[in-house]
Design a protein around this ligand. Structure first.
Ligand code: NDP
Length: 451
């Protein structure tokens, strides 16, 4: 089969799912040489099987708002692959959630989880529920209603969800409480739990910290470091906050943050004190990033339009870029701006934030590019560490977890580079990460027979 045959096969079955097709395209382009080399993988149709969810659950979520009006949302869980462990992947609550978005995320999750070296399968879930503007009680009632259905499809050995966009520590708390009540079971069925009731230290920080550890290894690989480098960060949620923090720890300077309305540029750098303001603004007060520029007079705020042909945030001059908000937030035009300004590295904190045309442009122009499935794997890896602590009935110290996270990111960096080199694309992290993740899952599927 040619690459086009594989694409046609997946397209014929998922014609109306553009995000899912985009994610599959990227992977098949990278792993085709592996399929050419391994007739046994082709015969067993391993790639085709990976593109079909093992199970896809879609359900109604009814709940009552504060005005007493009944609301109807749609919930999902995509159980994509259990070849190397229980399904694992976050829950996203955002109005843009649909089957295509969750299938792309679940598909990416298969390879990301394999890269971590932990026994984690791939899954993803969520709802088109929009937490913005909802009261605390409405969020709680929604989480309880959502878990009312999801609880019958998950447990700590089968499928272990976590947070994602719109699902942070607060939502995990409500979801966990509901699961416990429905099932009479106190178990590690969710990760991202609070400290003191099963949560792991460093889980909150892990995706952002891991991203920056990975970027530091990329810089070291060319004899450099993040020290003294100016960095663009998009988003202002969980991943962005801890990416900014770790950039600071390593001596770099983050100068931007954003939300879906606009972004701030602070040329003097986001210090720890200013970062604490962002954390409080976003995590406790649910405010908008615009308020940063009201508080810190040296900073400038600019609105962004989600329908514009480029995002002016990526026009700001810097050495490194860390897109940490959402999918397809960096397009070809944005990449032209980044390249023109001499950016040396783009490492993805979000999932699939760069469009395929943008990625090609970056790589062709010698910008080091890290795909999210490698560079943001620290979050799920630490979720895996949380699961291990739950199974063992123990807690590890902050240092123990952080050291393990560091080692995992180092290993992902190494195996991605090694696979890229073996398949004739030295330095190409996208090809390397896809191949290394694919090989691990493929071998497990091969061993387990046609099921
Ligand atoms: P949060 O909900 O904490 O933050 C998301 C941020 O992105 C917010 O600043 C939000 O702004 C912004 N955003 C969301 N949608 C859009 C949009 N359409 N356009 C512009 N900005 C947008 O989510 P996380 O930080 O957890 O997740 C961010 C990304 O990282 C996602 O792609 C997620 O899949 C990925 N990721 C997360 C992991 C984790 O452990 N949390 C693990 C691995 C990947 P606003 O406040 O306006 O909504």
């Amino acid at each position: 089969m040619t690459i086009q045959d594989y694409l046609d096969f997946v397209k014929s079955r998922n014609a109306h799912e553009p995000e899912f097709l985009q994610a599959v395209d990227e992977v098949i382009l990278s792993i085709y040489p592996v399929l050419e080399r391994h007739a046994e993988f082709r015969k067993l149709k391993l790639f085709e099987r990976m593109t079909e969810p093992e199970r896809l659950i879609s359900f109604r979520v009814n709940w009552m708002d504060d005005q007493g009006e009944v609301q109807i949302n749609r919930g999902y869980r995509v159980q994509m692959s259990s070849a190397i462990g229980p399904y694992k992947g976050g829950l996203r609550f955002h109005p843009s959630v649909n089957q295509s978005v969750l299938k792309f995320l679940a598909f990416e999750q298969i390879f990301k989880n394999a890269l971590t070296g932990e026994p984690l399968g791939g899954g993803k879930g969520g709802s088109d529920f929009d937490p913005k503007g909802k009261s605390e009680n409405e969020i709680m009632r929604f989480c309880q209603a959502f878990m009312g259905e999801l609880a019958r499809h998950i447990d700590h050995r089968t499928d272990v969800p976590a947070g994602d966009i719109g699902v942070g520590g607060r939502e995990i708390g409500y979801l966990f409480g509901a699961y416990k009540k429905f099932t009479k079971e106190f178990s590690g069925v969710l990760t991202g739990k609070g400290i003191g009731w099963g949560g792991s230290l460093i889980r909150t920080e892990a995706t952002g910290y891991g991203l920056v550890y990975f970027a530091e290894y990329m810089m070291q690989n060319i004899g450099s470091s993040l020290k003294g480098k100016t960095c663009l960060v998009s988003g202002s949620g969980n991943v962005s906050q801890y990416a900014i923090e770790k950039i600071l720890h390593l001596g770099g300077k983050a100068i931007t943050a954003s939300d879906s309305n606009g972004f701030i540029v602070d040329e003097s750098g986001i210090t720890q004190e200013k970062l604490e303001f962002i954390k409080d603004l976003k995590n406790n007060r649910r405010g908008r990033i615009k308020e940063y520029a009201d508080k810190y007079k040296g900073a400038v705020y600019q609105e962004i339009s989600l329908t514009a042909d480029h995002n002016p945030l990526w026009k700001i001059k810097a050495d490194c870029a860390f897109p940490c908000a959402t999918q397809n937030e960096v397009n070809e035009k944005d990449c032209h701006h980044l390249i023109k300004n001499g950016v040396k590295l783009l490492a993805e904190g979000a999932n699939m934030p760069t469009t395929p045309e943008g990625i090609n442009l970056l790589i062709d122009n010698g910008v080091m590019y890290a795909p999210g499935k490698a560079s943001n794997a620290g979050g799920v890896a630490t979720s895996g560490l949380e699961m291990t602590q739950n199974y063992m009935g123990t807690y590890w110290t902050q240092k123990e977890v952080d050291d393990k996270l560091h080692q995992i990111m180092k290993k992902i960096h190494e195996i991605s580079l090694a696979a890229a080199k073996e398949y004739g694309k030295p330095g190409n992290y996208m090809v390397g990460a896809n191949i290394a993740g694919f090989l691990k899952v493929a071998r497990a599927m091969q061993a387990q027979g046609v099921i």
